[in-house]
Design a protein around this ligand. Structure first.
Ligand code: EPZ
Length: 438
């Protein structure tokens, strides 16, 4: 059954108050679940978010023969060692970009994998040329017909040196996992530095891999390691890092619409770029060990904040996944803010919908836009186009005047767990509604 969100706006008043707890990171748990393919023993993870994309990845793994069970509210045990298949189930793989993460471990393990071009958020062309080039450099042969890829390395993969022409997060994670099954050493250059890449390397190393340099642009993987159960009981259950994009989304919400909001169970250090941008604009962001907060924020109207230019970059730069939520913030501050989206060429299209709500945003080209503020937004019915723009529409609806309807709740559920319940707890007037057509 399709669902939508109905939101009653606060017309710019800051009425949210309370605490919101951050869940495990979507973009960390997905590569970790894929990594279970490399282990002959089960792996157990804690702080697993209950989101659609996790369900989809588990369905893909089950379809390959994996077995898993929830060992607790947020802990999951998965036996990737039971896998026998190496062809990704078409529909689920087409639904999620992250399905490509399975190709590296399956190729390393079986010397063969077939899969459709991955789907997911329509935020740009999203090619996979770097994955293909990487596999070829490891000695694999690749064929493609009607969008279906067959990759094989009957004699096994061979370690290599690979330079990413463009730094790619899932590209780095996928080739890192493939390299574990390769003969000899692999060096990945211009690799992604994202915390999710580091989290994956830490997990694999705790299971006997020899990966060094994760978190830097040069990662070295010693191949031919047999991965086994963790030696130390300490990390038998591997914790998923908190979701920095979820934490960042709620921090922007707090700056926009809360008087006092504390965001707990997060890693503030992963959000330096956002914290810096909000502080530059005049938001008093408080930072603790594992929490972030805005306090007495109701005293300062958003129009008292100043414009700030945003340029998305690879980590530790400003995350492209927070660009849309931040754009909503920029519609409320005084002055002209430019947004330069450098990662994806189709990730500003949502601005047309914010304009329908009354925002003053001019697209210069597919990568740049100018936001003039402050403007009072008016409630509207909108179709959420993807995870992050969908969440941005909820933020816009909360600060708008009147009622908004956000269709395609599914997209938001892909990345945010039970969003309406968590927002209701801090005073948000939002409900989830079933709808035949929306
Ligand atoms: C990851 O996507 C995240 N997804 C994305 O989050 C995030 O937006 C993105 O990294 C950037 O931070 C997951 O981790 C599952 P990329 P990914 O490969 O790995 C180009 C969300 O909302 N490129 O780092 O797919 C590509 O076109 C999602 O949670 C090639 O040219 O992104 C882009 O311009 C959305 N060829 C750039 O690299 C390739 O073969 C970076 O993309 C691969 C990528």
């Amino acid at each position: 059954m399709k669902q939508k969100f109905v939101v009653e706006g606060f017309a710019g008043k800051k009425k949210l108050n309370g605490e919101i707890k951050i869940n495990g990171a979507k973009n960390a748990v997905l590569p970790l679940l894929a990594a279970s393919v490399l282990l002959n023993k089960p792996a157990e993870f804690s702080n697993v978010p209950k989101i659609e994309d996790v369900e989809k990845m588990l369905e893909l793994l089950r379809n390959l023969g994996a077995e898993f069970n929830w060992t607790g509210e947020r802990s999951l045990k998965i036996a990737g060692g039971k896998i026998f298949g190496n062809a990704l189930e078409h529909d689920n793989a087409k639904r999620m970009r992250a399905s490509i993460l399975l190709t590296g471990p399956l190729l390393a393990r079986f010397g063969k994998v077939s899969f459709p071009h991955p789907g997911g958020c329509v935020i740009g062309e999203r090619p996979i040329d770097l994955f293909i080039e990487g596999f070829k450099k490891m000695g694999a042969s690749v064929s493609e017909k009607d969008g279906l890829y067959e990759i094989s390395a009957p004699k096994g993969l061979v370690g290599t040196e690979f330079f990413f022409r463009v730094s790619s997060v899932t590209g780095t994670e996928t080739l890192m996992m493939a390299a574990i099954g390769a003969k000899g050493k692999t060096i990945l250059k211009n690799a992604a530095l994202e915390p999710e890449v580091v989290c994956l390397a830490e997990f694999l190393n705790s299971r006997g891999a020899r990966i060094s340099g994760a978190g830097s642009s040069e990662i070295i993987i010693e191949g031919g390691c047999e991965l086994k159960e963790s030696a130390s009981s300490a990390d038998k259950i591997f914790p998923i890092i908190p979701d920095r994009i979820e934490a960042g989304s709620f921090l922007v919400l707090g700056a926009l619409a809360a008087n006092n909001l504390k965001i707990t169970n997060c890693q503030p250090a992963h959000l330096d770029s956002l914290i810096e941008a909000l502080r530059f604009s005049g938001v008093a962001v408080e930072v603790g060990n594992d929490w972030l907060a805005v306090k007495n924020n109701g005293k300062i109207a958003n129009e008292m904040r100043r414009a700030v230019n945003i340029k998305t970059r690879e980590y530790p730069g400003f995350p492209t996944d927070l660009q849309a939520p931040m754009a909503v913030f920029l519609t409320q501050v005084t002055g002209e803010s430019s947004i330069h989206e450098t990662i994806f060429e189709g990730r500003l299209n949502y601005t047309a919908d914010l304009e329908k709500m009354g925002a003053d945003i001019k697209m210069w080209d597919s990568h740049r836009a100018l936001v003039k503020g402050p403007t009072l937004l008016k409630g509207k019915e909108l179709d959420g186009p993807d995870i992050r723009a969908g969440l941005a529409y909820i933020l816009a609806a909360i600060i708008a005047e009147g009622e908004s309807v956000i269709n395609n709740a599914y997209f938001i559920d892909r990345g945010y767990e039970r969003i309406e319940e968590r927002l209701q707890k801090i005073g948000g007037k939002i409900k989830r509604v079933d709808c035949e057509v929306c």
